[in-house]
Ligand binder design. Structure first.
Ligand code: GLN
Length: 547
C-alpha cells in the first residue's frame, strides 16, 4: 500500500512548493523508494492549456498529451521520470467528472454536494497513482495558499483521508514564509502561526513545517515555531533561499526533511541516498569553464516562468558542456530592421521561442534572417521553427508574401498551414496536436548528428504545420526537412546545411530535458554556440593585435 505525503502552502504563494516537493521526492528516490508527485490545482479551468502564459507561466505537456502545470516539469527534471494526466488535477476536472456522473444519473437521486461528492472525487484522484502498485510513496502538492476559499475542499479531503487511513500512511508538510523585517532585524513567526492555526481549524495539522527564509533560523526560533505550531522541534525545517533550485535537495538533506518524513510514515531500514550524479551536475553548474550568451527571442520575456523548461534545458546543456549559459532576453516585438544588428550582434546563439498569435512575429523573422545571414547558431522551437520557414521562403525563395495562416487567414502563400485534422475543431481546450509522436530522422543531417539515431519521439503542442506543397521548393533551395512524422508526413525538423548550425523543430525538445538526460538538441546548440564564441574571441584578439 502506498503512503501519502501532502505539501500545502501558507502565508503567500510562490514559495516554491513544487521545488520542495520535487526535492523531497528526489531524496526519497535516491534512498531507493519508488516515488511520484502529483499536483492538485484549485482553479476552475479544466487544465492550464487555455491559460495565457502571463496568468500561469508555461503550459507543460506530458508524454500522453496532457496540458499541465509547470511544476510537473520540475518533477520530471528532478526525478527523470515521465508524468501523465493523472499527475495534474484541477478543481475544474473534479467538478467536470462529478457533474458528468450526475447527468448520467449515477448519484441515484441524491443531492450532489461539495461534501461528500466533490471531496470523494478528490480522494479518489489522490489515491489513483498510489493504487497502481507502482509507487511506495505518492507526494501530492496542493496548489494555492491555505485560507483561500478554493483550497478548502482539498484540505477537507486530506482531513478525511487522515481519518480513513492508518496514521503512519500520511505525512502533511506545510511550506510557509518566515519574513525578515530589516528595520527590526528580526525574523517573524506570526504569519506562520496564523497559517498553521487556520489549517488546524479545518481539521488538518501539519507534521512538518518547512520555513522559507532569507536569514538562517536560530535554534531558539525553531523551538518557538515548534512550540506555537505544535510540532516536534526537529520537524521545523529551514529552507534558505538557494542560488539554484538544484541545490535544494541537498539543503533538504542537510535539514533531514526526508528522514523526518520517513519517520512520520513509520518507514525504517532505508539506505543512504545515492546522489553522486546529482552532485557532479551541481559542481558543473557551479564551476563552469567559460561563458556564452544566448538570445532568447520571444514575446513573454518579462515573465521568466513562460519559458521555464527552455531555461532549465539550458542549465542542463550548459553543465554537460561545462559552460555558463547567460540568457539575454530579447523582446521580439521591439526588433526592427533599424535595430536588429545592434540588438543581436553580441550573441553566440539565438533561440526563437514557441508562441501563439501575431504579436512580435515580424521581429522574430528579422532576428532569424540576421542569424542565418551571419552564420550565428540558430535554434527555433515550434513557432520559432515556423517563423524560420517563413523567413526562408521570403528572403531566399523569393516568395515575398509567404505567411502562416495563423496570422494571415487567406495568405497567398501559406507555407505554414493549419493541420487538416485541426480544421474541424471548434473547442479550444485540449484540442491541439499534443504529446509524444514519432519522428524519422534522415541520415547525414545535422539532426542525425545530434540524436545519433533515425527514430526519435518528442512532445508537441501546436495546430499549424509546414505546408508540404512547398517542400520540394525548400529542399531544392537549401532548407531541408531532416525529420518527418512517419505516418503523416508532417515536417518535424528543418535545417539549412550550408549554415554552421541552423535548425528548427516543430516539437518541444525542452519538455524532455532532465538533469540526468539533457535534451540532445540543447546540448548540441550550446556546443555550437561555444564554438562560435571561441571563434569570436580569437577574431577579436586578432583585430586588436592588428590595430
Ligand atoms: N502557434 C503555433 C501553432 O499552433 C505554434 C505553437 C507553439 O509554438 N507551441 O502551430
Amino acid at each position: 500500500m502506498a503512503k501519502y505525503v501532502f505539501v500545502t502552502g501558507g502565508v503567500t504563494s510562490s514559495l516554491g512548493k513544487g521545488i520542495i516537493a520535487a526535492s523531497l521526492a528526489k531524496l526519497l528516490q535516491a534512498r531507493g523508494f519508488r516515488v511520484t508527485i502529483q499536483k492538485f490545482d484549485p482553479y476552475i479551468n479544466v487544465d492550464p492549456g487555455t491559460l495565457n502564459p502571463y496568468e500561469h507561466g508555461e503550459c507543460y505537456v506530458t508524454e500522453d498529451g496532457a496540458e499541465t502545470d509547470l511544476d510537473l516539469g520540475h518533477y520530471e527534471r528532478f526525478l527523470n521520470i515521465h508524468t501523465s494526466q493523472a499527475n495534474n488535477v484541477t478543481t475544474g476536472r473534479i467538478y467536470q467528472t462529478v457533474i458528468n456522473k450526475e447527468r448520467e444519473g449515477a448519484y441515484l437521486g441524491k443531492t450532489v454536494q461539495v461534501v461528500p461528492h466533490i471531496t470523494d472525487e478528490i480522494k479518489r484522484r489522490i489515491q489513483l497513482l498510489g493504487q497502481s502498485g507502482d509507487y511506495d510513496i505518492v507526494i501530492t502538492e496542493i496548489g494555492g495558499t491555505v485560507g483561500d476559499i478554493e483550497s478548502l475542499p482539498f484540505i477537507e479531503a486530506i482531513r478525511q483521508l487522515q481519518w480513513e487511513l492508518p496514521e503512519e500512511n500520511i505525512c502533511v508538510i506545510h511550506l510557509t514564509l518566515i519574513p525578515y523585517l530589516r528595520a527590526a532585524k528580526e525574523l517573524k513567526t506570526k504569519p506562520t502561526q496564523h497559517s498553521v492555526k487556520m489549517m488546524s481549524e479545518n481539521g488538518v495539522h501539519p507534521d512538518i513545517i518547512v520555513c522559507r527564509t532569507e536569514e538562517p533560523l536560530t535554534n531558539d526560533l525553531k523551538r518557538k515555531i515548534a512550540l506555537f505550531c505544535n510540532v516536534k522541534p526537529n520537524a521545523v525545517i529551514e529552507a534558505m533561499d538557494a542560488s539554484s533550485i538544484y541545490e535544494v535537495p541537498l539543503e533538504m538533506l542537510r535539514e533531514k526533511l526526508d528522514v523526518t518524513c520517513l519517520n512520520k510514515l513509520n518507514i525504517s531500514g532505508y539506505k543512504e541516498p545515492d546522489l553522486e550524479k546529482w552532485k557532479l551536475f551541481l559542481d558543473k553548474i557551479k564551476y563552469p569553464k567559460s561563458k556564452i550568451t544566448i538570445g532568447l527571442i520571444g514575446k513573454y520575456i518579462e515573465l521568466q516562468d513562460a519559458y521555464k523548461s527552455i531555461l532549465e534545458s539550458f542549465i542542463h546543456a550548459g553543465a554537460i558542456n561545462e559552460v555558463k549559459v547567460v540568457i539575454q532576453n530579447i523582446h521580439s516585438e521591439f526588433i526592427t530592421p533599424e535595430n536588429v544588428s545592434e540588438k543581436l550582434q553580441g550573441l553566440d546563439g539565438m533561440l526563437v521561442a514557441p508562441g501563439f498569435g501575431e504579436r512580435g512575429i515580424e521581429g522574430k523573422i528579422l532576428a532569424i534572417q540576421y542569424a542565418r545571414e551571419n552564420n550565428i547558431p540558430f535554434f527555433g522551437i515550434c513557432l520559432g521553427m515556423q517563423m524560420s520557414v517563413i523567413e526562408y521562403a521570403r528572403n531566399v525563395l523569393g516568395i515575398e508574401d509567404a505567411h502562416s495562416t495563423e496570422m494571415k487567414k487567406n495568405a497567398a502563400h501559406p507555407v505554414i498551414n493549419m493541420m487538416e485534422e485541426q480544421k474541424k475543431i471548434k473547442m479550444m481546450g485540449g484540442t491541439m496536436r499534443l504529446g509524444s509522436y514519432p519522428c524519422e530522422i534522415k541520415s547525414d543531417t545535422l539532426a542525425y548528428k545530434i540524436y545519433e539515431k533515425n527514430h526519435i519521439t518528442e512532445r508537441h503542442r501546436h495546430r499549424y504545420e509546414f505546408n508540404n506543397d512547398y517542400l520540394e521548393q525548400f529542399n531544392e533551395n537549401g532548407m531541408i526537412a531532416s525529420g518527418i512524422n512517419p505516418s503523416t508526413g508532417l515536417v518535424e525538423i528543418v535545417e539549412v546545411p550550408s549554415h554552421s548550425f541552423f535548425i528548427g523543430v516543430q516539437y518541444h525538445p525542452e519538455l524532455k530535458s532532465t538533469v540526468e538526460n539533457p535534451a540532445p538538441l540543447f546540448v548540441a546548440f550550446v556546443a555550437a554556440a561555444k564554438v562560435f564564441n571561441e571563434k569570436r574571441v580569437v577574431q577579436k584578439v586578432a583585430a586588436t593585435a592588428i590595430s
